[in-house]
Design a protein around this ligand. Structure first.
Ligand SMILES: NC(=O)c1ccc[n+]([C@@H]2O[C@H](COP(=O)([O-])OP(=O)(O)OC[C@H]3O[C@@H](n4cnc5c(N)ncnc54)[C@H](OP(=O)(O)O)[C@@H]3O)[C@@H](O)[C@H]2O)c1
Length: 277
């Protein structure tokens, strides 16, 4: 496993160990279980000796502002690091964890299936994850595309969402939309199951879509107020700390079509309600 020191990888490593797998965590820092093999994805090929399968979650994750520096830093891990990993994995089954951020930005009129175009991404993260998964797909990997993963240890989603709270309200751009979210436990279960799935891309999310306003109101614990989406997009064009990608995440209404994963037996067990009790 790579990325086992991160939010999602920790859940995958723990689940794999609990299922009886002999887990080796390959990365800059150890994982929560198993052995540790040092690897900096931006610099070197990993040592995968003894591994019979690979689950790859290591990635530069975030929403950097525009600029060639961020692009290069994200590319070094998400594209070049992937190429190094795939070379080392040669012949072994690989589950490569991608992201729904690879899809062409919306707004979306219906559920987004795996054949939705993968281009036009508005962030270095989305662009480099898309380039990385192209390599993985060409190498015959199983590619998982979760959207907005939440759960214990989340370092990305909730901190980003908290930024919409000002003066006791959650200020959300545009009208309420439906959206998919993914519990980290559902993603972890999919990562292990996918070792037996045919090569190709699969959307991964909770069983049912959520309503943005209801979910954010409950998670953030404050009432929701709307601001015009065009105004917020305008602000994003001139405010370095507010990116267009972050605005899209709240306005695009991305609901993932899970039919392909369901055909392989994917049955997401948990939903946000399990966390909010
Ligand atoms: N969180 C989400 O909402 C979400 C949504 C969709 C897809 N995903 C995907 O899920 C995967 C895990 O994301 P996460 O949320 O768990 O992010 P995270 O907590 O930031 O974890 C990222 C992992 O990648 C490793 N990594 C980063 N740079 C590395 C490098 N140069 N060499 C080796 N390892 C490196 C980190 O290890 P260090 O300890 O060395 O930093 C860490 O283990 C990613 O592939 C991401 O694209 C996440």
């Amino acid at each position: 496993m790579t990325g086992a020191s991160g939010f999602c990888g920790t859940a995958v490593a723990r689940l794999a160990a609990a299922a009886g797998h002999d887990v080796v965590c390959v990365g800059r820092r150890p994982g929560p279980v198993g052995g540790h093999v040092r690897w900096d994805a931006a610099r070197e090929q990993p040592d995968l000796a003894g591994a019979d399968a690979v689950v790859h979650l290591a990635a530069a994750v975030g929403d950097p502002g525009p600029g060639e520096r961020a692009e290069a830093a994200y590319r070094a891990v998400n594209v070049d690091g992937t190429a190094r990993l795939l070379r080392a994995a040669h012949g072994r089954p690989v589950v490569w964890v991608s992201s729904a951020s690879v899809y062409r930005p919306g707004p979306y009129r219906g559920p987004v299936a795996e054949d939705h175009p993968v281009d036009g991404q508005r962030s270095a993260y989305g662009r480099t994850k898309a380039a990385g998964e192209r390599l993985a797909l060409a190498a015959g990997a199983v590619v998982l595309r979760p959207r907005a993963v939440y759960g214990d240890g989340d370092r990305h989603l909730l901190p980003r969402l908290r930024r919409v709270v000002r003066g006791g309200y959650a200020w959300l751009p545009g009208a309420d939309v439906p959206l998919s979210l993914t519990s980290v436990e559902n993603l972890a279960a999919a990562c292990l199951a996918a070792l037996d799935w045919p090569a190709g891309a699969y959307n991964i999310a909770d069983a049912a879509a959520y309503r943005r306003d209801e979910v954010l109101g409950r998670v953030l614990g404050v009432p929701v107020r709307h601001v015009p989406a065009a105004l917020v997009r305008g602000l994003a064009a001139v405010t370095p700390s507010l990116t267009r990608y972050a605005v899209d995440q709240l306005t695009d209404g991305m609901v993932l079509d899970l039919a392909r994963a369901r055909d392989q037996g994917y049955r997401p067990r948990l939903s946000l309600a399990d966390y909010l009790v």
